[in-house]
Design a protein around this ligand. Structure first.
Ligand SMILES: CSC[C@H]1O[C@H](OP(=O)(O)O)[C@H](O)[C@@H]1O
Ligand SMILES: Nc1ncnc2[nH]cnc12
Length: 296
């Protein structure tokens, strides 16, 4: 078993809609990292912000070419882990299902309902069965720090909110939008699942900063959401998201104390050593390096 995580922060940022251009990092370097789970969404850029190491991936690739259900979520998370990332901050555009969560505001999401289907939702599989806890899918420490960073960036943030993940790429019908409100969901998007599940399997504390771009399609007597509206609000606010990331870097304590999520795989693997699929174990050399060690 490998030693505990390093004491230095290394934040992996997965940038969503509006963030294909990345975040401005000092000494930024584009690096090529391959993954046994296939190609990540696009170039991986690593550098520093306020002296803290950051590594960035654009979720939809350069120029936003990859639709939500075609994102290789496993490769993205695996590559971040391979780069030595300690914590993941995901940035996403979302629709609001609550009057109080207005376009232009941010939500530090803390729960999910997953309505996606057919996406690769686990690093594990036949020959290596693991069940991690997902009761609290977001890291409260990172999410709290991110909320404070948004406030410092002079933007409004709602601390906590349930995100319903849909496949898309179409927006929801009015009936679906009303249904998700009845389920007590607060915001809607197309990408946080399975991303959050995979981060947990990779023992990476995950926080999701959602930027509200629209009211989806539940409001009586109003037009439903359309892409033009989303694009407009997104472009008006994306620099605030970048500023929040910079503020986060500036406020992180110099030493990273361990998180319980760093040990999410402890006790999670059910498959007996004699029944394990060696090829699958080998593919987990980054994700589960603490359990199985790294490849030579
Ligand atoms: C551009 S509107 C729909 C699109 O935006 C969100 O993407 P992301 O989460 O990567 O910011 C949403 O999930 C959809 O993929
Ligand atoms: N209304 C909406 N539904 C799904 N994803 C979105 N991303 C931004 N707005 C959205």
């Amino acid at each position: 078993m490998r030693a505990e995580k390093p004491e230095r922060w290394h934040i992996g940022v997965i940038g969503g809609s509006g963030l294909a251009g990345g975040i401005a990092l000092d000494e930024a370097q584009e690096i090529s990292v391959s993954s046994p789970f296939g190609a990540p969404s696009g170039p991986v850029v690593t550098g520093h912000l306020e002296g803290v190491r950051f590594t960035f991936i654009a979720r939809h690739g350069a120029g936003h070419a990859i639709p939500p259900s075609s994102v290789n979520y496993r490769a993205n998370v695996d590559v971040l882990k391979r780069c030595g990332v300690t914590d993941v901050l995901a940035l996403s555009a979302v629709g609001s299902l609550r009057e109080a969560m207005a376009p232009g505001e941010f939500v530090a999401v803390d729960q999910f309902i997953d309505r996606t289907a057919g996406r690769q939702g686990s690093f594990f599989g036949p020959g290596l069965v693991a069940h991690v806890s997902l009761a609290d899918p977001v890291c409260p420490r990172l999410s709290g720090q991110v909320s404070r960073a948004v406030q410092e960036a002079d933007a409004r943030v709602h601390e906590g909110g349930c995100y319903v993940a849909i496949d898309g790429p179409q927006f929801s019908t009015r009936a679906e939008s009303r249904l998700y409100r009845a389920w007590d969901c607060d915001v809607i998007g197309m990408t946080a699942m399975p991303e959050a599940r995979l981060a947990r399997e990779a023992e990476l504390p995950y926080a999701l900063l959602a930027m509200v771009t629209d009211y989806d399609s539940w409001r009586e007597g109003e037009e439903g959401v359309d892409a033009e509206q989303v694009r407009h609000v997104m472009h008006a606010n994306v620099d605030r998201a970048r500023e929040a990331v910079r503020r986060l870097a500036a406020m992180l304590p110099p030493t990273r104390e361990p998180s319980p999520i760093d040990f999410a795989l402890d006790g999670a693997v059910f498959t007996a050593p004699s029944a394990r699929n060696d090829a699958l174990v080998a593919r987990l050399d980054a994700v589960a390096c603490r359990l199985f060690g790294e490849r030579d």
